[in-house]
Design a protein around this ligand. Structure first.
Ligand SMILES: Cc1cc2nc3c(=O)[nH]c(=O)nc-3n(C[C@H](O)[C@H](O)[C@H](O)COP(=O)(O)OP(=O)(O)OC[C@H]3O[C@@H](n4cnc5c(N)ncnc54)[C@H](O)[C@@H]3O)c2cc1C
Length: 455
């Protein structure tokens, strides 16, 4: 029998890697985890968590403005970017330490270095040390992808740098129409920057329900964000501290920062994948895996963004957990990737689960659409010009709710509950039989009686 240095070597200390390492150790496996940057990975260090903290802070000015309608007079409002960054950094450092402690407490050995595959059972660390492992888990995540290099690309920042800017930009150009681009657009707009979003497609939020895309765009524009679609950034010039972004339509925009959020690529480069025989999925350029997250090599698995399936933290965590259950817990678990709820923390927020109207119409014979678009109660007093969208996509034959799409305050919180119902195959009749919680925006989801369209 071959004697390995460890039972499991995990490459990458992010959402998926940490969960897998801890659960495997809980089953009694000897586990090592390598992290080249900071334990916690993208989500904790430069993704979901700092982003949400930024979003929360960027709502405050709206609250202050809305307060006037409720009788408040708030004088002398000021904002300090440096304080925001310092407090965010402190919280992220606290979380990193908590993650590190939890990993160590579970008996996992952390190596703070880059790791790559030497062969199917050997990992090489940048220290030169080699470790043999019975199983290897690749959980190296993804990284911002700037696309084909345009002249002046060196002046462009990604979401990584956006978390560490020394000053709040007075003007910022953001290229991208996906959730990260729009979240940063809302963040900077909320703190008072002049924001222009550039997106090459016809409309923002590609892949989301068409009504959601239109609604979010209209609401963002009402907040003063300029959205230019059908256009790309062709060149960025720098003169002193000022940047000029030249667009493909020949126009140009002056700004203090240019941020690209046009996609992320899986971290597969320089990992020794070829040496170990690990195949890449030609369809998405991530590591190819089967339903068990097993790669083309029997003892090597991959989870999370590096597989480029659904790039969300809860998915990476679930995949990491399922891997550990399957391989070390003698409890085979496959991850069901259907009906994954998600949110866009744009302003307004989006919460969505299940099929879009377009997807449902392509897959089902008869589809009923229930939809409402209304002024939220708060706006009646604050005077803010904003509307909420709620939409249910229903299978007209079985009555099953196939999708739910919400745009408005607390959409992310609301969709979490709705996601349970959708996952359980709830029908429209089940929704109708549920009592409303009054007065809320969410009660609309159980009180819309008549379809606005049947396809
Ligand atoms: C700005 C932003 C906002 C986001 N917001 C959300 C959100 O609101 N909700 C949500 O669900 N998801 C969000 N995500 C996505 C989420 O962060 C990822 O899906 C999740 O972190 C993936 O986890 P992972 O374990 O696959 O990879 P990661 O968390 O990226 O972890 C991979 C780790 O591997 C390390 N690593 C890479 N190569 C090596 C190597 N060779 N050796 C050692 N270490 C290595 C990296 O340093 C990293 O720490 C966001 C992402 C970004 C960028």
């Amino acid at each position: 029998m071959v004697d390995f240095d460890t039972d499991l070597f995990v490459i990458g200390g992010g959402s998926g890697g940490v969960r897998a390492a801890r659960v495997a150790a809980g089953y009694g496996a000897r586990v090592m985890i390598a992290e080249e940057y900071r334990i916690g990975g993208t989500c904790v260090i430069r993704g979901c968590v700092p982003k949400k903290l930024f979003v929360i802070g960027s709502h405050v000015l709206d609250e202050i403005e809305d307060a006037a309608g409720f009788g408040w007079t708030i004088r002398q409002v000021s904002f300090d970017w440096t304080t925001l960054i310092a407090n965010k950094d402190k919280e992220i450092a606290r979380l990193e330490l908590a993650y590190t402690n939890n990993v160590e407490k579970s008996g996992v050995t952390i190596v703070k270095t880059r790791a790559l595959l030497e062969d199917s059972h050997t990992v090489r660390l940048t220290t030169g040390e080699k470790v043999t492992a019975k199983y290897i888990l690749i959980a190296t995540g993804g990284a911002p992808n700037h696309g084909p290099a345009v002249p002046g690309i060196e002046h462009v920042i990604s979401s990584n740098e956006a978390f560490h800017l020394k000053e709040l930009p007075k003007r910022i150009v953001i290229q991208g129409g996906g959730y990260i681009a729009l979240e940063f657009a809302g963040i900077f707009n909320g703190y008072g920057s002049d924001v222009t979003v550039i997106y090459r497609g016809e409309n923002i939020l590609r892949g989301f329900d068409e009504d959601v895309r239109k609604h979010v765009r209209a609401e963002m524009e009402k907040k003063g964000i300029t959205i230019i679609t059908g256009c790309t950034v062709a060149k960025v010039d720098k003169h002193g501290r000022d940047l000029t972004t030249h667009l493909s339509d020949g126009s140009s925009i002056a700004s203090d920062q240019v941020l690209f959020a046009i996609g992320r690529h899986p971290n597969v480069a320089h990992l020794g994948l070829e040496a170990a025989g690990v195949a890449i999925n030609p369809a998405n350029c991530g590591i190819q895996v089967d339903d068990w997250s097993k790669t083309s090599v029997d003892n090597i698995y991959a989870v999370g963004d590096v597989t480029h399936r659904t790039n969300l933290t809860p998915v990476a965590i679930r995949e990491g957990h399922a891997f550990a259950d399957t391989v070390f817990g003698k409890r085979p678990v496959q991850v069901d990737h259907a009906s994954i709820p998600s949110a866009v923390f744009s302003q307004p927020e989006v919460g969505t689960v299940g099929l879009t109207e377009e997807q449902a119409r392509a897959q089902f014979g008869r589809v009923d659409i229930y939809k409402t678009d209304f002024r939220p109660i708060k706006a009646t007093m604050s005077g803010r010009d904003t509307r909420v969208l709620m939409k249910l996509v229903v299978d007209g034959v079985s009555d099953r709710v196939l999708g739910c799409h919400i745009v408005g305050d607390n959409a992310a919180e609301i969709i979490q509950g709705i996601a349970i119902a959708v996952k359980m195959n709830a029908t429209k009749v089940d929704f109708d039989a549920t009592f409303a919680v009054h007065p809320t925006a969410a009660e609309e989801l159980v009180t819309i009686r008549t379809p606005v369209a049947t396809h």
